[in-house]
Ligand binder design. Structure first.
Ligand code: IMP
Length: 196
């Protein structure tokens, strides 16, 4: 069985492929010759994951899954949310995004936040959503050099280190993305087992 992951991120694709039964083969957008930058115009994280998966199913006819993630900060009413990548401007600048986030948070004492990933799987005419959430807090001074995005200012609940002070493996066990991917893998593995 071949499933398209609506992404060209080789790390994400390899990571998921390693966890799946060998009968399930993941194809990238490049593999199916989709070179379009699929518009992410929805107003929610769920909506963007659905948009990307639906684009592939409708235009290429493949079984497909897509992911979308973001940081939701409680005192900012869930911002930056769906705008996480471009919070400080069009150019997707992690340093500027963090600066803007810390500035926006200055008037508040509460800095509770969560990361969220939604994976949308279109399979046999049905849509399945898998959501991974990690709760935590935004700290005032960035710490750590690992990871990307808002990792240096996010401390997950029950931990003292920021995501940027953890190894990739440590982060994957507790992260929003890790949790959503695990649900997808469990679902596909069970389905493959039932069909074999
Ligand atoms: P994407 O949907 O995975 O591309 O995530 C969109 C944006 O959310 C990223 O560009 C980051 O700004 C932010 N983000 C998502 N996941 C993470 C994470 O694990 N750490 C830090 N920032 C993240």
């Amino acid at each position: 069985m071949k499933i398209v992951f609506a992404s060209n991120n080789k790390n994400k694709i390899n990571e998921i492929q390693q966890m799946l039964p060998k009968e399930i083969e993941i194809l990238s957008l490049e593999d199916i010759k989709c070179f379009v930058d699929i518009p992410e115009t929805a107003t929610t994280i769920e909506g963007n994951a659905q948009l990307k998966a639906n684009y592939i199913t409708e235009n290429f006819g493949y079984t497909c899954f897509a992911d979308d993630s973001g940081l939701e900060v409680n005192p900012l009413d869930g911002a930056p949310g769906v705008h996480s990548a471009r919070y400080a401007g069009e150019e997707k600048d992690d340093v500027k995004n963090i600066e803007k986030l810390l500035t926006d948070l200055k008037p508040f004492s509460n800095a509770k936040a969560n990361f969220k990933t939604v994976i949308c799987l279109n399979l046999n005419g049905q849509q399945h959503l898998f959501t991974g959430i990690v709760n935590g807090e935004i700290i005032k001074q960035p710490r750590g050099t690992q990871g990307f995005g808002y990792d240096p200012v996010f401390v997950p609940e029950g931990f003292e280190n920021t995501f940027a002070e953890m190894t990739m493996e440590e982060k994957a066990i507790i992260s929003h993305r890790g949790k959503a991917v695990k649900q997808l893998i469990d679902f596909l593995t069970k389905m493959q087992f039932q069909n074999s």
